[in-house]
Design a protein around this ligand. Structure first.
Ligand SMILES: Nc1ncnc2c1ncn2[C@@H]1O[C@H](COP(=O)(O)OP(=O)(O)OP(=O)(O)O)[C@@H](O)[C@H]1O
Ligand SMILES: [Mg+2]
Length: 158
């Protein structure tokens, strides 16, 4: 099985990917790690890796063609058209997201950017644009990580 997990920054993609990967025996790949390993993108003045979508898409799809049982996780994957069986989109209530990002020590500006991104359904709109509707699983983050995992497994029929 080939999957993506995506969502606004801080929605719990990495956390969910780790537990889902363990449960389903999938190799979990973070999009930034994949980009760095494959010479995709460059760092901006804020020292953040900027990933060109088309190049990422081509290299990730070439990789997916050769590799099964893999899970890509990250925010950029919502903007790419990757050849996967399911696209999992995590949603978090903006107020809950604000609290989580505050706990992570985010600056006010970065926190507001990400809460806004969730509030306007940015990632959902991208997922709908880039993935067939029958492949999209939208899951609202539960109070616990195991609760979210359970909901995703049920949607996958596992
Ligand atoms: N279901 C959940 N309930 C409560 N807290 C959670 C849940 N899932 C993740 N978290 C917490 O939310 C924070 C963000 O999680 P995580 O790093 O997995 O998000 P992310 O979407 O990968 O973020 P980024 O976009 O920065 O990579 C962490 O502190 C994590 O412990
Ligand atoms: Mg992450």
């Amino acid at each position: 099985m080939r999957l993506i997990i995506t969502g606004s920054p801080g929605t719990g993609k990495t956390t969910l990917a780790k537990s889902l990967g363990e449960k389903l025996n999938l190799t979990v790949l973070n999009e930034k790690d994949f980009a760095l390993k494959n010479g995709i993108g460059s760092f901006n003045e804020e020292n953040e890796l900027e990933i060109p979508i088309k190049e990422f898409e081509e290299k990730a799809n070439a990789f997916l063609k050769e590799t099964d049982d893999v899970l890509f996780e990250g925010h950029v994957v919502c903007e790419a058209k990757l050849h996967v069986d399911k696209a999992i989109l995590i949603r978090v209530d903006p107020e809950e997201l604000e609290m989580r990002l505050e706990n992570r020590g985010y600056s006010m500006e970065k926190m507001m950017d990400n809460v806004f991104c969730e509030g306007i359904d940015y990632c959902k709109k991208q997922v709908i644009k880039n993935y067939p509707i029958d492949k999209i699983i939208e899951v609202t983050s539960k109070a616990s990580i195991s609760g979210t995992l359970k909901a995703v497994l049920a949607s996958l029929g596992k």
